[in-house]
Write a protein that binds this ligand. Sequence first.
Ligand code: PRP
Ligand code: URA
Length: 214
Amino acid sequence: MHYKDFENVIIMEHPLIKHKISLLRDKNTVTLVFRHLVEEIATLEVYEALADVPLTEVEIETPIETCTGPVIDGKKLAIVPVLRAGLGMVTGVQNLVPNAKVGHIGLCRDPETHEPREYYCKLPENMDQRLAIILDPMLATGGSAVAAVDFIKQHGCKHIKFMCIIAAPEGLERLAKAHTDVEIYVGNLDRCLNEDAYICPGLGDAGDRIFGTK
Ligand code: PRP
Ligand code: URA
């Protein structure tokens, strides 16, 4: 489902994704289960996000004869988690695309201004030849997502997808307007942000819940 007139926004509708997000929201969901759910949702989302990925024909020797068959070139894909919380989605994507290269972008929101601060970045080589999938479970004000896309574009990448689990309308619109060429996959669109720029109803601080830091 698209959001408003934003052609580049896809809101997931699969019941399994909805069900697992409800389990994630529960404040009584413990760290181990939370992490597992984030991984499972990432797998389900990337299945949808890669539906348009191009195929190439390769030769295959079956036990009967030689034929050609379509394959996805995993080497052309880079997955880029936004630290910390995006790390929780990496294994879920690798379950389906084990050969994808992994880059990292370290961004942390300032608690007062809510603006992102960059503290670490390492991307695979040849980003100009890759499809990049940015992973971050939370799209709140959109500051971190816009900064992550800006950074990857500065490294020459021309084809970028952004995958999150929960988005607030404010951040989703900011990202969709700032980067109209980026396809944005959203597990669920929540109601709004609160005065601390947390998503409502949301699930709290994703990084803390994945890593058990609070
Ligand atoms: C969270 C989340 C996003 C960001 C979203 O990270 O994982 O990266 O906030 O907020 P925004 O859309 O308003 O920028 P946080 O900065 O809390 O860092 P952490 O993952 O290390 O906890
Ligand atoms: N980051 C989070 O982890 N949760 C929010 O609700 C907003 C930003």
